[in-house]
Design a protein around this ligand. Sequence first.
Ligand code: R2B
Ligand code: URA
Length: 297
Amino acid sequence: MHDHNINHAFLDPVVSGAAIDTYYHLGVRSDDPVLEAFRDVRAVVLAGTRERVVDLAAQWSDRRDGAEVIALPQEDRFVTRYCDTVLFASHGMGIPSASIALHELMRLLYYLTAGDLARLDDVFWARVGTCGGVGLEPGTVVVSTEAVMADLTPLHLHAGTAGEVGFVGRFSSDVARSIASLGAPAGIPVALGRTVTTDDFFLGQLRLDGALRLGTPAGRAAWLRGLAAADVRGIEMEGAVVAGLLNSWGFSRIAMACAVVVNRLDGDQIDLSAEQLSDFGRRAGDLVLTHLARSNR
Ligand code: R2B
Ligand code: URA
């Protein structure tokens, strides 16, 4: 872990009990007794939506002999579940939302592990989501090696009072390879490669079906060709900040698996049926939970 990047001034008094931390968007405080059941946490699985979090926790419970699923009661911002050493949490859509979720979850993890860096280093983090595929058919799962910005810079850039700070977008390569290797035996098509994280779904991903149309078909095609040539397999909206913030603390096991819902080389609109969306959405979770079941205990 990178001890120097951890906000000890704020977090250590919470661990000692001298201060209470309010995880405002998770809807819980550090002195809430419900958190005692979370103390054995060894993994955090993130997803964009409430439905995916609830489904992932239920699937994990099934794999763990029906272990109890505990919910944090407040759900108006993020949705959180805990089941047998795994914390499941939603992060909403986009970098600003995911950043808020990550800050509060990292603070919570520090509190739950009593600031024990060895225990923190053992925590596995994964984002399970969807993405636009770059030359990949819907249903393929993109396992990310690295999140890059739209211009291929391999960072999440934050512009603040201290100037511009770059957070490294790398995912753990051994974990990525291990998750990707689970695709073939499960009959799930997998692509291993880089992912672009954008801060908008329409203009930021050079779609031509937004309310505004700023780009041209030729510009769009050239961008996508450039992505393909740079080993980018998927386009999504949170990976760089998830990897960036987790890398800043030095977590060593960080992964992202996203199911393709549209091949961007074919178009912009996502017109899958509800069944396809649900089936494809589950695939990324299946791979991550299988990896977790095999590696974490
Ligand atoms: C993938 O899908 C969402 C947009 O539809 C966004 O959260 C993402 O990263
Ligand atoms: N999520 C994205 O951000 N982009 C897509 O094209 C599909 C899902």
